[in-house]
Structures are given as structure tokens and as C-alpha cells.
Design a protein around this ligand. Structure first.
Ligand code: ATP
Ligand code: MG
Length: 351
């Protein structure tokens, strides 16, 4: 008579679209995967052939493989009690929850069975919730502080400019020039904060020639580009006009080019292209060959105050995204650590 007790129909056990099951055995100190099935595997970018007959380090990065190996070892040791064999992982932009259980023959573990389910949506909602919470705090803070600073700042800038015009001593004139330009920098930061507080009210839509906008921003950065020895190649195919808030889109360009400059250490060339898509949208692309970002970092970029720079406030990308979304557009950032970053901004030609 056939015994069927050991046959598990994994198709019935699993929600097929959002999970997978797998089995692992330990052969001569090496964990080898003997079985894997489930559609979620494809979303993670794998096929069963990538995994069956292989050990962790053959299909995962060294770092991730090492982390998982520790868990496999614990479960193979028959881990119970304090550790239940479950862990959350992340691969290629998807979050998943895995649970491992040892299969015993007598007292000996002979196999590990694992189930993984896709928890991407849930995690993303949680992360978005946290970001919104942070944003509303930032907004409140911004509203108060920026408003109070703005008035005195305007009069300081005005009087300093008057002094500059009436002074004849060259040295003093130069110092005042520096004071004015630093004050204007502060003014820009205050503008950013004001924008954070009431973003939508600040939109002023007019028809703009995008090529001119890009050129004027590059021109305004000329001094910095020369100082840092950076070359910008711009390919602006034809004259494209779009309905947008010119000041805000300039701010977007400034933030993105600034980030590209700050990331470029060896290859100091930045490429900017501007074209119309088939969906009648404007596509602005900014490519740098700079330091790039790991996947983990890419997830946090649009969070307020997330910065890896000593002097960064970590608001640039968040503001950029907010401006673009207020224009009903979208921003996509693709980056490879050590190779560079491509930022794509899509904007509707009429809002
Ligand atoms: N082109 C890029 N290449 C590599 N890393 C980037 C790039 N753009 C952004 N980043 C990363 O994203 C982080 C957040 O960028 P963001 O522009 O929001 O803030 P920041 O540049 O640090 O400060 P600031 O508020 O002055 O712009 C940066 O600190 C950097 O680590
Ligand atoms: Mg920045």
C-alpha cells in the first residue's frame, strides 16, 4: 500500500501568486536547495533553475548569503524556543517574509522546509505612513520658522545691497558681495521651507520653453561647474514648451544637477536630455557617472532629512518629488553603486 503522509501538495498550501516554498538539505557542511516553486520567485528575478542544486552564495550577494546562512545553521541545529525560524528579507525591490522549519528523522534534522510570502505592499504602506508622519512634522516646523525668518532676512538683504552700492573701498565691497550671496543662499533655504509648508498654494503655471529653462539653470551654475571641473552635455532635441511653474521647475533642475555634481568624483561628465515621449509628456533625463547608490539607500532617498552628505539637509529630493507630483508628473531614479545614477522626470506638457 502507498503511504501518502509525506506528500505535501504545495500548490494547495500556498497562495500561488504571492509566495514560494523551498527545501534545503545540508551536504558536507554546505546547504543545497533541492526544491523551489511559486510565482513570487519570478518577481524576485529568479527561476527555479537559478536555485535548485545551488548554495546561497551562488544566487545571492555575498552579504545577503552570509546573513541567510546564519539562519539556516540555526534552523538546522533544530532551533526552537527563542527563534522561530522566520525572517524578513528584501530583494530587487520586494519585501518577503520567510519561515523555515526543520524536518526531523528521530533527533536528527534531515531537511529544512521554507515558505516565503510577498509582503511588499504592506511594508510599502507602512513606510509611506512613516514618511507622511515625518512630512507633516516638517511642514509644521517649516511654516513657523520660515515665516519668522523671512521678513528680517528681506530687510537685511535690502540694506546690505544698499551699503554695497554706496561703498568705495574695494575690499569692503567684496566682503559685502559675499554677505549678499550668502544671504541669498539662506533665502533659498527659507523658500524651500515655505514650500514645504504650503506646497500647492505656491504654484504659478505659465507657458515655458523648457530648453531655455534648462539652459538658464546650467548657466546659473557656471561658476560652480568650472570650479569643480564638471562638464554638462545637454541634448535638447527640439524646442519644447510646457505649462509649468518656471521657478519650481528650475528648482527641480538645480537640485538634481546639484546632486549629480556632488556624486561625481572621477568621471565628471553629466548628461542632460530633454524630449517628448509618445504619450505627449516631457521627459527630462539627468545622468551622472558618479558614486551611485546601493539598493537599500535608494529606498530612502525621498524621505525628509535623509542625507549621506556632511553638509546635506536631505530635503532636495523630497522637495523635487513634491514639486513634480504637484505638476502631475513623476520622478524615477535608477542607480548602481559605483557606476552612477539616472534620474528621469516625466511632466505632462499641459497641467
Ligand atoms: N545623483 C546621485 N548620485 C548618488 N547619490 C545621490 C544622488 N542624488 C541623491 N543621492 C543620495 O540621496 C541623498 C538624498 O539626496 P537629497 O538631494 O534629498 O539630499 P542631499 O543632497 O543630501 O542634501 P540637500 O538637501 O542639500 O539636497 C543624498 O545624500 C545622496 O546620498
Ligand atoms: Mg541634494
Amino acid at each position: 500500500m502507498n503511504t501518502v503522509t509525506n506528500v505535501v501538495n504545495y500548490r494547495d498550501l500556498l497562495p500561488r501568486k504571492n509566495g514560494f516554498v523551498f527545501k534545503v538539505v545540508k551536504k558536507e557542511d554546505t546547504f543545497i536547495h533541492t526544491f523551489i516553486e511559486g510565482e513570487f520567485l519570478q518577481k524576485l528575478g529568479f527561476s527555479p533553475d537559478d536555485i535548485i542544486g545551488k548554495e546561497l552564495k551562488e544566487f545571492l550577494s555575498e552579504e545577503v548569503a552570509a546573513q541567510k546562512l546564519v539562519i539556516y545553521e540555526k534552523v538546522w541545529g533544530g532551533a526552537h524556543g527563542s527563534y522561530d525560524g522566520s525572517y524578513e528579507g528584501k530583494l530587487n525591490g520586494h519585501y518577503y517574509l520567510t519561515s523555515l522549519s526543520p524536518k526531523f528523522a528521530g533527533k536528527e534534522v534531515i531537511e529544512i522546509t521554507g515558505t516565503a510570502i510577498d509582503v511588499t505592499e504592506k511594508r510599502k504602506k507602512e513606510i509611506n505612513g512613516q514618511i507622511l508622519e515625518k512630512l507633516s512634522l516638517v511642514g509644521q516646523l517649516a511654516a513657523g520658522v520660515a515665516h519668522e525668518i523671512r521678513n528680517p532676512l528681506t530687510s537685511i538683504i535690502g540694506f546690505t545691497q544698499m551699503l554695497q552700492e554706496s561703498i568705495e573701498n574695494e575690499d569692503k565691497e567684496r566682503y559685502l558681495g559675499i554677505i549678499v550671496s550668502e544671504l541669498e543662499r539662506i533665502n533659498l533655504i527659507v523658500d524651500d521651507f515655505m514650500f514645504l509648508a504650503k506646497p500647492k498654494e505656491y504654484i504659478e503655471i505659465t507657458e515655458n520653453c523648457m530648453n531655455e529653462l534648462v539652459h538658464s539653470v546650467i548657466h546659473s551654475m557656471k561658476q560652480e561647474l568650472e570650479q569643480k571641473n564638471i562638464t554638462i552635455h545637454s541634448t535638447l532635441t527640439s524646442q519644447i514648451t510646457a505649462m509649468c511653474d518656471a521657478q519650481q521647475i528650475k528648482q527641480v533642475l538645480l537640485h538634481l544637477i546639484q546632486n549629480a555634481i556632488e556624486s561625481s568624483e572621477k568621471d565628471k561628465t553629466i548628461y542632460i536630455t530633454l524630449k517628448k515621449t509618445h504619450e505627449n509628456q516631457l521627459l527630462l533625463t539627468i545622468i551622472d557617472k558618479g558614486c551611485g547608490l546601493t539598493e537599500e539607500r535608494q529606498d530612502r532617498l525621498f524621505e525628509p532629512y535623509y542625507s549621506t552628505k556632511e553638509k546635506g539637509t536631505g530635503l532636495g529630493l523630497m522637495l523635487t518629488k513634491q514639486i513634480i507630483e504637484n505638476h502631475n508628473g513623476k520622478i524615477i531614479l535608477n542607480s548602481t553603486a559605483g557606476k552612477g545614477t539616472t534620474v528621469e522626470v516625466y511632466l505632462p506638457l499641459s497641467v
